[in-house]
Design a protein around this ligand. Structure first.
Ligand code: GLN
Length: 239
């Protein structure tokens, strides 16, 4: 089977090697005999039909401002694609733009596409460092790195991606990080995220392909996860 990944704004939203997530998805798909095709989707581009998984990385306020209104023009097509079963991973600045809006430190409000039930307002102090989450819904942990000024507030009843074991997470207070709604996942975790959290890469691929995947030997990935988790724990509490 082929899996088609729509990579949104790869020339604008790609800090902390976020595009490394695509390489992990491609390799883990290949190891199960699936070809992964990457379709770049930039400003002015239409959202192609037949995308199985959308991906958008993180970026500074300036880059978010350069793409936000173009993303809104793609909003209806992205909502329709998700309703048809497409999966979606959004990281940090991309995650913020999947909500209703992101208000930056100057008070400028960037519109979002409302694919996730949340909104984000930047605070004075940046939230930076290693993070460790407990994802009860998967019985797993996620380890990564965060660097954001935005404080994300989930709507009442919205599902977080995980509970914060170490780090700031969505706002440094709620004790939760990210958001998930069906096959749509948003997170502040950079790193890139997927090399040290292979179970989550497989979750996205399984959602995109609609099949369960055979296990792989993830010894090296498990070590990378352990190192990242240990760094986060060493960091201790939040503030
Ligand atoms: N510019 C956003 C913020 O500061 C997102 C940052 C990022 O993607 N790392 O919160």
């Amino acid at each position: 089977m082929n899996v088609s990944v729509g990579h949104l704004y790869r020339d604008y939203l790609n800090i902390y090697a976020d595009r490394g997530n695509i390489a992990v998805l491609a390799e883990r798909a290949r190891l199960r005999g699936h070809d992964l095709e990457v379709v770049p989707i930039g400003p002015g581009d239409d959202v192609p039909d037949g995308i199985d998984l959308f991906y958008v990385g993180g970026g500074q306020d300036r880059e978010q401002a350069l793409v936000a209104r173009d993303l809104v023009r793609k909003g209806d097509a992205l909502h329709a694609a998700v309703e048809r079963g497409a999966a979606f991973l959004a990281v940090c600045g991309g995650y913020q733009l999947l909500g209703r809006f992101y208000r930056d430190r100057n008070g400028e409000e960037l519109p979002g596409i409302g694919l996730l039930p949340l909104q984000t307002i930047a605070g004075e102090r940046r939230m930076i460092g290693d993070v460790l989450l407990e994802c009860g819904w998967a019985g797993r942990t996620l380890a990564g790195f965060e660097n954001h000024a935005g404080r994300t507030e989930l709507d009442e009843g919205a599902e977080p991606l995980g509970r914060v074991l170490a780090g700031f997470g969505n706002d440094g207070r709620s004790g939760f990080e990210g958001c998930r709604l069906g096959r749509v996942y948003g997170t502040y975790l950079h790193g890139p995220l997927l090399p040290r959290n292979p179970w989550f890469a497989d979750r996205l691929l399984a959602d995109a392909l609609g099949v369960e995947l055979s296990p792989l030997d993830d010894e090296l990935e498990a070590q990378a996860h352990a190192v990242s988790a240990q760094r986060a724990r060493a960091r201790g509490g939040r503030y």
